[in-house]
Design a protein around this ligand. Structure first.
Ligand code: ADP
Ligand code: MG
Length: 586
C-alpha cells in the first residue's frame, strides 16, 4: 500500500525552501524521476522529444497511486513523504516539498496514468494547472506521466530555453548521474525515438559504470570503501593517471541523492594531493552515507545543494577515503595501454606526439607488494632506515637494468619493464624529504661556510621578509644585510653542490611569483616542489649504477611514488604481453 497523500500544513510549508523549480526540461525530468525512485521503481524509462521542449514522458513500475491520491498529487504542497516539522529534519526520500507536480502542471499539458498493485487504474489530464479529467483507465502497476509543450502558456520563459542539443545534454547528464548510483534500477533514455542511455539493472555497481562510461575506463577505477564514525563512503575513483579536463566525471551523492558540492569536489582533489596535474580532474562516483539529521537538503528548491552540520568532517572523510584507496593500489601506468594522440602512431614512436597516458595498468599488483631491498647495494645509514619502514610501499620489487637516453632508468619487475623518469622520480623523493618532518630538522639545513650575497628586487624583498618562517622551514636562512642585499647563510641540504647564488635567486624569483596567489600550507607545499625541482638530477645527467640504485631505493620511501610533485608520472611500465602483441608473437 503506498502512503496516502496529504496537504502539508502552513507551518511546515513556511519552513520549506521556497522558489520555482521548473526552469527547463531537465527540471521536469529531475522531479519526475525522483518521484519514480521514491515510489520504489525498478525500471524508469524516459522518453523526450526535441530536448524535452515538446514532450517528456517518464514511465515507472513503482508503487503507483490510488485514484483519490492521483488527483491530490497535482495540488501544491501535497505529499505522501513528510507530515510534520520533525520529518523535515531527517529527510530520507528524494522529494518532500509536494510542489513538483503542481509546478509542472501549471506550465504544461500533463497526462498521468497510474495504478497500484491492487487498486484501479486512473487517468488524469491537467492543463495549465487545471484538472480537466479524472477517469478510470487500464494500466499496469506504476505511473506514466507525459508532459507536453512546456511553457506553452508562459512564452517569456519559453524564450529562455536553449537549443535541443543543449537541453538534451543536460537531461543526459542527469540521467547518467542516477544510473551510476542506482544499479538496481533499469534506466533508459530515448530522444526522438533514438536510444541515448541504456543501463539495465545490475547486481554490481561496476557493471553500471561499464554501461555508462565503457569498459576501458572501468579497468582504471579503484573501489572505495571508507568508514568513520559519522560518514561511510562507497563508490569508485580513478587512478591518478586517468583524468578528464572538466569536472563532468565527478559525481557525488549524499544518501544516494546526487549533489553538486564544491566542498566535496575540492576534498576529492585534495585527496589526490599532487598526483593529478593542475586543471585535470579525476573520475569519481562517491556516495556518502550520513545520518539524515546531520544534513540539510532543504536549502534550495532544486535540492541539488545540501548543507552539512559538520563541513570539515565531510571534507576530511572524502580526503581520507581517497588517500586510503590510493595507498592500497599500485598505480604505475602501463605504457602499452597508453592512448596515443594519433591512432596510427606506435606507442614507442615519440616523433610528432606525446604519449598520453590515461589508462594505467589494469592488474592490481597485490602479489608484488614486497619490497626487495636486497637487490640494492648498501646505502648510507639514513636511507637504509627509510627503506626498513617502507614495507607498505606499493611499488613492486624491481632490478636495475640501466639508463637510456641519459634520462630514463630501465628496470625489470617480474614480467614488466619499468621506465623511470630520473628527474621526476628524484624530484618526488626530494619533495617528500623537504616536506617531511625532517624539514624542521637541522640536518636538512646546510650551513654555508661563506655566506652568499643576493641582490633582491623590491618585490622579492617584500616576499622574503614576509615569509621568513616558510623559507626557514624549507632550510633557507636569509639575513638582511642592508639595502637590497641579503646574505644566505644556510640552504636546504637537497640543493647540495648545485646551490649557487644563481640557483638560489632563481628559486626566490619563482617563490615570489607564487607568493602572489598562494599562502600558508599551500605555499609551503608549492615552494617545496620548486626547491625539489631545482635540486633534482636532470634529464641528460649521466648516472652511475650506484646512483641509479640509490634513486630506486629511495623511491620506496616515498608516499606518492607514482608522480612527481607537478603530477607528471615518474614510472611507466611496458608489459610482456604488450611486447608480444607488438612483435606479433601472439
Ligand atoms: P513530493 O515528491 O515532494 O512529495 P510531488 O509533487 O513531486 O511532491 O509529488 C506529489 C506526490 O505524488 C508524492 O508525494 C507521491 O505521493 C505522489 N507521486 C508522484 N509521482 C509518483 C510516482 N511516479 N509514483 C507514485 N507516486 C507518485
Ligand atoms: Mg517529487
Amino acid at each position: 500500500m503506498p502512503a496516502r497523500i496529504k496537504i502539508l500544513n502552513e507551518k511546515v510549508v513556511s519552513h520549506i525552501a521556497a522558489g520555482e523549480v521548473i526552469e527547463r526540461p531537465v527540471s521536469v525530468v529531475k522531479e519526475l524521476v525522483e518521484n519514480s525512485i521514491d515510489a520504489g521503481a525498478s525500471k524508469i524509462f524516459i522518453d523526450v522529444a526535441e530536448g524535452g521542449k515538446k514532450l517528456i514522458r517518464v514511465e515507472d513500475d513503482g508503487s503507483g497511486m490510488e485514484p483519490s491520491d492521483a488527483e491530490l498529487a497535482f495540488l501544491r504542497h501535497s505529499t505522501s513523504k513528510i507530515d510534520t516539522l520533525r520529518d523535515l529534519e531527517a529527510i530520507s526520500s528524494l522529494g518532500f516539498r509536494g510542489e513538483a507536480l503542481a509546478s509542472i502542471a501549471a506550465v504544461s499539458k500533463v497526462t498521468m496514468v497510474t495504478k497500484t498493485q491492487d487498486g484501479a487504474g486512473t487517468g488524469v489530464l491537467v492543463e495549465g494547472g487545471k484538472v480537466r479529467h479524472v477517469k478510470e483507465a487500464a494500466a499496469n502497476k506504476g505511473t506514466v506521466i507525459t508532459v507536453k509543450d512546456l511553457f506553452y502558456n508562459t512564452p517569456a520563459r519559453r524564450k529562455y530555453l536553449k537549443t535541443t542539443r543543449t537541453e538534451l545534454a543536460k537531461i543526459t547528464d542527469l540521467v547518467t548521474r542516477w544510473a551510476l548510483i542506482y544499479p538496481e534500477i533499469f534506466f533508459r533514455l530515448t530522444h526522438n525515438g533514438t536510444e541515448v542511455i541504456n543501463a539495465p539493472k545490475t547486481n554490481n555497481p561496476l557493471d553500471t559504470i561499464v554501461h555508462i562510461y565503457g569498459k576501458e575506463l572501468v579497468k582504471d577505477m579503484l573501489p572505495v570503501e571508507y568508514y568513520d564514525p559519522d560518514i561511510g563512503i562507497h563508490g569508485f575513483i580513478s587512478k591518478p593517471a586517468v583524468t578528464r579536463k572538466t569536472r563532468s566525471h565527478i559525481s557525488f551523492y549524499v544518501n544516494s541523492r546526487y549533489v553538486v558540492s564544491n566542498l566535496l569536489s575540492s576534498a576529492l582533489k585534495d585527496g589526490y594531493h599532487n598526483l593529478i596535474m593542475k586543471k585535470n580532474f579525476p573520475v569519481a562516483v562517491l556516495n556518502l552515507k550520513i545520518d539524515p539529521r546531520k544534513i540539510d537538503v532543504n536549502v534550495h528548491p532544486t535540492k541539488l545543494e545540501i548543507r552539512f552540520e559538520d563541513d570539515s568532517g565531510a571534507h576530511k572523510a572524502v580526503i581520507g577515503a581517497v588517500e586510503e584507496t590510493l595507498k592500497k593500489h599500485s598505480l604505475i601506468p602501463d605504457i602499452g595501454k597508453a592512448e596515443i594522440e594519433k591512432p596510427s602512431l606506435m606507442a614507442f614512436e615519440t616523433g610528432g606526439g606525446a604519449i598520453v597516458v590515461r589508462q594505467p595498468a589494469a592488474p592490481v599488483i597485490e602479489a608484488r607488494r614486497q619490497v626487495d631491498i636486497e637487490t640494492f647495494e648498501p646505502k648510507p645509514e639514513r636511507e637504509r632506515q627509510q627503506e626498513i619502514t617502507q614495507k607498505s610501499s606499493t611499488l613492486p620489487r624491481m632490478s636495475l637494468i640501466g639508463q637510456i637516453l641519459d634520462t630514463y632508468i630501465v628496470a625489470q619487475s617480474g614480467e614488466d619493464i619499468l621506465l623511470i623518469d630520473q628527474h621526476a622520480a628524484h624530484e618526488r623523493v626530494l619533495f617528500e624529504r623537504l616536506q617531511g618532518a625532517g624539514m624542521r630538522d637541522k640536518k636538512n639545513r646546510q650551513n654555508l661556510l661563506a655566506p652568499m650575497t643576493l641582490e633582491l628586487t623590491p618585490g622579492q624583498k617584500r616576499f622574503v621578509s614576509a615569509n621568513m618562517d616558510m623559507l626557514d622551514e624549507l632550510g633557507f636562512r636569509l639575513e638582511h644585510f642592508g639595502g637590497n642585499t641579503y646574505l644566505v647563510t644556510a640552504m636546504p641540504v637537497t640543493l647540495g653542490d648545485i646551490g649557487d647564488a644563481g640557483t638560489v635567486s632563481e628559486i626566490i624569483d619563482e617563490l615570489t611569483t607564487l607568493g602572489t596567489t598562494k599562502r600558508g600550507e599551500e605555499l609551503l607545499e608549492k615552494a617545496a616542489a620548486i626547491v625539489a625541482c631545482h635540486s633534482a638530477i636532470r634529464g641528460g645527467d649521466v648516472l652511475s649504477p650506484t646512483q641509479m640504485q640509490e634513486l630506486l631505493a629511495s623511491l620506496y620511501g616515498t608516499t606518492n611514488v607514482y608522480s612527481c610533485p607537478h603530477g607528471r608520472p615518474t614510472i611507466l611500465s611496458i608489459t610482456k604481453s604488450e611486447l608480444e602483441k607488438r612483435f606479433k608473437r601472439k
